[in-house]
Design a protein around this ligand. Structure first.
Ligand SMILES: Cc1cc2nc3c(=O)[nH]c(=O)nc-3n(C[C@H](O)[C@H](O)[C@H](O)COP(=O)(O)OP(=O)(O)OC[C@H]3O[C@@H](n4cnc5c(N)ncnc54)[C@H](O)[C@@H]3O)c2cc1C
Length: 499
């Protein structure tokens, strides 16, 4: 039998691979996406989880990037309301800081202008009375506190929502499917895949290398690949702390001793605070990136410089979780990592009747727009593609507003507690109906494997969302690894062991 053949083979199931697969499938192309691990198991699940314009990029005069990011932020508020939530950021200004308050204020005003029409509150300044109510912020030398809005997301679920949307449009999407060789042919490429140790070969006219920090090694699988760009791999780590008492709903944008930006963001319904990020050159396999003791100490130090807890400074003993992601940026030889341009770049090469395209950099926020650019590049390589279509089109699970989701959560079957139904609403979006439907048809699925974790949710994760391991479920399909205690996590692990 001839090898199965596709128009486009996408390497990588991070946000960019998923977005390209979605856009291409929606334009009628026959698409396969191959992800060697789990969807969003690399950079796309290890971000700061913000859907934002990137206030700090204004300083680097990356106006185009900020503008397009803000447009995409507006898009995602509409197309994935279950996963994208506005959040207020506070930006304290101290007299000791190098950045002038006036400059920061001017930046925020520009940010407001570029965000016009998104329905988010405009920036401003807290009153002295509001400042006194901030529970932990250090006041010595404090000049003022500004506020502005951006959005927070669940990066792994956003990636999954894009991938499942691509599948719904006919793309063949799979995790645990590694691309191990790419052979140039007259009409495109022959691609070798490794699926659980079994080798398989497919052909595709076009290959899109969206493998994030692995771009260079995936390019190297083919003797005909786009001209290589100099790469800079930068590791960014985050730490997670329990939310101190009293809880505070606002996030903070802080400046470290060298005026780098650090975010402190309430997470998972305000139970935790995530603090990040660092920016370090990364050596070795990107898959092994972890938060080093040095990075943890740096983030704790940055946090403690701004906040004074009733129980003293936060220490390593308070850190409940960490993660690290690696950015693959085109190296523009900027001296400081923070100064390397975040604007994405694409490189392409024609090969016979087909071609290959490699993607560098990018942001979670701008995945949709970048996928449109990729499709334009494929057109330039001769692909017969239709016009752009993804603007304003809801992602998988994204057809209900947050208010409608709350109403669905509050009126769901009593077999699931209100707390569980609310968690489902902002995890699965409109797919909450699929969980409800299954529960009503088969009440035995209400059995709890761990507190708040019913068989119905596990079955959905495995059958619809391709979860294969307990980690897929606990870390990326949900964030239950932080909500469950060890015995709950063990019970889920044991269930996957039996499934
Ligand atoms: C610390 C940090 C914080 C960030 N915060 C934000 C933020 O708050 N907001 C924002 O908008 N952006 C943020 N970004 C940027 C954003 O996260 C990345 O640009 C984006 O996730 C990159 O996605 P990707 O799909 O290109 O790469 P990845 O997510 O890394 O995906 C590449 C995939 O390719 C797979 N792969 C590799 N080799 C193969 C192979 N041979 N076969 C099959 N599959 C393969 C990998 O397993 C991986 O899953 C952040 C980045 C970092 C590092």
């Amino acid at each position: 039998m001839a090898n199965p053949s596709f128009d486009v083979l996408v390497v990588g199931g991070g946000i960019h691979g998923a977005a390209v697969a979605r856009d291409a499938a929606g334009r009628g192309l026959k698409v396969m996406l191959a992800e060697k691990g789990d969807y969003a198991s690399a950079t796309s699940g290890a971000s700061s989880k913000l859907i934002h314009g990137g206030l700090r990029y204004l300083e680097q005069l990356e106006l185009g990037l900020v503008r397009s990011s803000l447009v995409e932020r507006g898009q995602l508020l509409k197309t994935a309301p279950h996963l994208v939530e506005p959040i207020r950021f506070l930006l304290p200004l101290y007299r000791r800081q190098k950045r002038s308050g006036l400059m920061v204020q001017a930046g925020l005003k520009l940010y407001d202008l570029l965000s016009l029409g998104h329905g988010l509150p405009v920036s401003g300044r807290l009153t002295p009375e509001e400042i006194t109510q901030l529970p932990r912020l250090r006041r010595e030398d404090l000049a003022s506190v500004l506020h502005y809005h951006d959005c927070q997301t669940d990066d792994a679920r956003l990636t999954l929502a894009v991938a499942l949307d691509a599948r719904g449009r006919g793309a063949d999407i799979k995790n645990r499917r590694a691309v191990t060789a790419i052979e140039p042919l007259d009409h495109g490429y022959g691609i070798e895949l490794d699926e659980w140790g079994a080798k398989r070969r497919v052909e595709a006219r076009y290959v899109v290398n969206a493998s994030g920090p692995w771009v260079a090694s995936v390019d190297a699988l083919s003797s005909v690949h786009p001209p290589s760009r100099p790469l800079r791999l930068l590791r960014g780590s985050h730490i997670v702390l329990p939310m101190p008492e009293p809880a505070e709903p606002s996030a903070y944008t802080l400046q470290d001793a060298e005026d780098r930006v650090i975010f402190v963001v309430p997470w998972l319904g305000g139970r935790f605070l995530m603090v990040g990020t660092t920016e370090m050159p990364h050596e070795g396999d990107p898959g092994t990136a972890v938060c080093s003791a040095e990075e943890e100490a740096y983030l704790l130090d940055a946090y403690n410089r701004y906040f004074a807890g009733a129980n003293g400074p936060a220490t390593a003993a308070d850190v409940v979780f960490t993660w690290s992601g690696v950015r693959a940026l085109e190296d523009d030889h900027a001296a400081k990592p923070a100064r390397v341009s975040r604007s994405p770049t694409l490189a392409r090469i024609a090969n016979g009747a087909g071609g290959m395209l490699t993607l560098y950099g990018g942001k979670l926020t701008t995945h949709r727009a970048l996928a449109e650019e990729v499709l334009e590049e494929l057109r330039a390589l001769g692909a017969g593609v239709g016009g752009p279509w993804t603007k304003d089109v809801p992602l998988y699970g994204g057809t209900l507003s947050r208010q409608e989701l709350l109403a669905r959560a509050d009126s769901g079957p009593a077999m699931a507690s209100r707390e569980v139904r609310r968690r489902w609403a902002f995890t699965y979006g409109d797919q909450i109906e699929a969980l409800y439907g299954r529960l009503v048809r088969d009440p035995t699925l209400a059995e709890e494997v761990a507190p708040g974790v019913m068989l119905v949710e596990l079955a959905h994760a495995v059958e619809v969302e391709d979860a294969i391991t307990a980690e897929d479920f606990l870390l990326r399909r949900t964030k239950l690894h932080l909500m469950l205690d060890q015995s709950g996590r063990d019970a889920v692990e044991a269930w996957f062991g039996r499934a």
